[in-house]
Design a protein around this ligand. Structure first.
Ligand SMILES: [Zn+2]
Length: 282
């Protein structure tokens, strides 16, 4: 379940390791192929990728974007957009290295022995090949980047969303890059109950939320960078304060961390530090 911090670090690692490299061979596993690979171009996947070089890596929300050079003067730029969702990840390794899970795509490069694999145990993620990012469903509807938005813009946009604050925070159309795990961390940092209705938040609450978002995401990028190294298939999360820590003591007050599963989503929070949320009788 990579979110903004993990993908930001993966982007930096791949920029350092792969920029300028030319794809020479592509393997698509038939099993996951049509589910994982979404080719929005008129050429085949291998034909489309082979011979192109990686010009740059970018991240937008929970998508990693591989910007690939045109192959000739009349050719268009290609983007490989990877959205790992809950179960997908990338692995940069030697071809003989153990697979970190079922491999759906492998890229071989001209100037290095390592390959890049896309692994996805449940085939939930997607890899789009496109000349135009607007072709990717809902891509154009994404809100501003969570670490680029100003407090004023955050306030303005928040007014147009209703419902529980955790749900709003994880909606890409509000701000891009935050998922279930970091929403828990941010709300704990801001001392806001995850099921508080957005309409009950005061101006001070909204500012706390904004500052907590920046603090948690920036801090996580540094933690992940230190712990992940170039092993981009790892998911270092032992620095979390509450997420996945149900029953453990809250790092701030020592009370037991609550765990609630609703709509197949786990929510962890501290009832003492994050009071409220009476709507569901919690
Ligand atoms: Zn607490």
């Amino acid at each position: 379940m990579p979110e903004l911090p993990e993908l930001e670090v993966v982007k930096d690692v791949l920029t350092r390791r792969l920029a300028g490299q030319t794809v020479v061979r592509v393997e698509v596993a038939p099993k996951g192929g049509p589910i994982v690979m979404r080719n929005l171009t008129s050429e085949g996947i291998s034909a489309q990728l082979a011979g192109r070089s990686l010009a740059a890596m970018e991240r937008r929300g929970k998508y990693l974007l591989f910007l690939l050079t045109p192959r000739s003067a009349s050719d268009a730029r290609l983007v490989m957009a990877v959205n790992p969702k809950l179960t997908g990840r990338l692995q940069l390794c030697l071809p003989q290295a153990p697979k970190a899970g079922p491999v759906h795509l492998t890229l071989h490069f001209a100037g290095m022995p390592e390959v890049l694999r896309y692994i996805d145990s449940k085939r939930m993620g997607q890899i789009y090949l496109t000349h135009d990012l607007a072709q990717i469903p809902t891509f154009a509807e994404m809100g501003p980047e969570a670490l680029a938005i100003t407090l004023e813009d955050f306030r303005q946009r928040l007014r147009t969303f209703r419902g529980e604050i955790k749900g709003v925070l994880t909606r890409a159309s509000f701000v891009a890059g935050i998922g279930n795990a970091y929403a828990d961390e941010i709300l704990w940092q801001a001392r806001l109950h995850p099921y508080r209705k957005r309409t009950t938040l005061s101006a001070t609450d909204v500012e706390s939320l904004y500052q907590a978002m920046r603090h948690v995401l920036h801090g996580a990028i540094e933690q992940v960078r230190q712990q992940m190294g170039d092993d981009i298939h790892l998911k270092p999360r032992d620095f979390f304060a509450v997420h996945m820590r149900g029953g453990e003591p809250c790092p701030r007050c020592g009370g037991a961390i609550s765990a609630i599963t609703a709509n197949q989503r786990l929510t962890n929070f501290c009832r003492s530090c994050q009071p409220g949320g009476l709507i569901r009788g919690l």
